[in-house]
Design a protein around this ligand. Structure first.
Ligand SMILES: Nc1ncnc2c1ncn2[C@@H]1O[C@H](COP(=O)(O)OP(=O)(O)O)[C@@H](O)[C@H]1O
Ligand SMILES: [Mg+2]
Length: 278
């Protein structure tokens, strides 16, 4: 994270290749090889929601804001929540790249399209495939990486493991379309990142309950050892209290449910309970 990331150079034929494609037939995210160089092309078609008047989108953002106020204790201004999508992602990628953070370079930017440097394998898949010892090492590296990123005053806004990749042993962050973090205070944005990282680690597919439970405390300890921020700890503790209150109250109903996300939520609650004790 503190080292300068090793970027690759854009293939010269990229723009011509993009122009030859029919945007209407393209998926939202596509892997592409041009001149032997892998690239990622993200596209966003003008959606129905975007076509709807600003007033309706504002009302929707307002409703999200109220939900945040109830769940997280802060009201994110709707006008800031409405600053999202590919142009916003491009802005954040440039900003973070300039700051030396390991995020993909933008190789092409156009209306509704963004071509990015391919920065390796999805960490969610790597975690799933690894034996538990390696998985623990990788989880520690993820917590360390997030803490170092936060210590520099940044936040991700989508810190789930599926939004991190690894290339040649280096960790990268991707997917900066959502502006939830920019609309909240820094300690809460960072606590929310930790919460999302933890939640994604506690609800992995094809990993045993015991193995996931072993990862939770390791992530918390590693994170706070590298970024011992009282504000983030206070916000995460508050989140933990809320999650524990919900899981305790619903245990008679949800305790027996086998859904992956529900089980994951209980594991997150048990991990964050550790903060309530200390
Ligand atoms: N720059 C990149 N390098 C490598 N893989 C990427 C890159 N961008 C996206 N991906 C892959 O595509 C998936 C979806 O892209 P993402 O930017 O997260 O969009 P979405 O908003 O659909 O989640 C990611 O989970 C990752 O596996
Ligand atoms: Mg994503």
């Amino acid at each position: 994270m503190t080292d300068t990331p090793h970027h690759r150079t854009a293939p010269p034929g990229l723009e011509a290749r993009l122009q030859a494609m029919d945007p209407a037939r393209e998926p939202g995210v596509r892997w592409l090889e041009v001149d032997g160089v892998p690239c990622i092309v993200k596209r966003r078609r003008p959606s129905v929601a975007r076509g709807v008047s600003y007033a309706i989108r504002y009302v929707r953002a307002f409703a999200i804001g109220v939900t945040c106020k109830v769940a997280l204790g802060e009201f994110p201004p709707p006008n800031l929540l409405l600053r999202n999508g590919l142009p916003y992602e491009a802005e954040r990628l440039k900003f973070l790249s300039q700051a030396g953070c390991a995020v993909p370079n933008i190789w092409f930017e156009g209306p509704g399209v963004l071509a990015l440097e391919y920065v390796g394998d999805n960490v969610a898949l790597l975690l799933r495939a690894a034996p538990q010892l390696e998985r623990l090492q990788l989880a520690r590296a993820l917590a360390e990486d997030l803490a170092a990123f936060h210590a520099r005053g940044f936040w991700h806004g989508g810190a789930q493991v599926r939004n991190q990749t690894m290339r040649d042993g280096e960790l990268w962050r991707i997917d900066f379309e959502e502006n939830i973090g920019g609309a909240l205070s820094l300690p809460l944005s960072q606590a929310y990142d930790v919460f999302q990282l933890l939640s994604s680690l506690m609800a992995m597919r094809h990993v045993s309950d015991a193995d996931m439970r072993e990862i939770g405390p390791v992530v918390l300890d590693t994170y706070f050892a590298r970024h011992p921020d009282a504000g983030v700890r206070a916000q995460l503790t508050r989140l933990g209290k809320m999650v524990c209150r919900i899981t305790d109250a619903l245990r008679p109903v949800l305790g027996r449910v086998e859904w992956r996300d529900v089980k994951g939520f209980y594991r997150v609650a048990d991990t964050l309970r550790l903060l309530l004790k200390s």
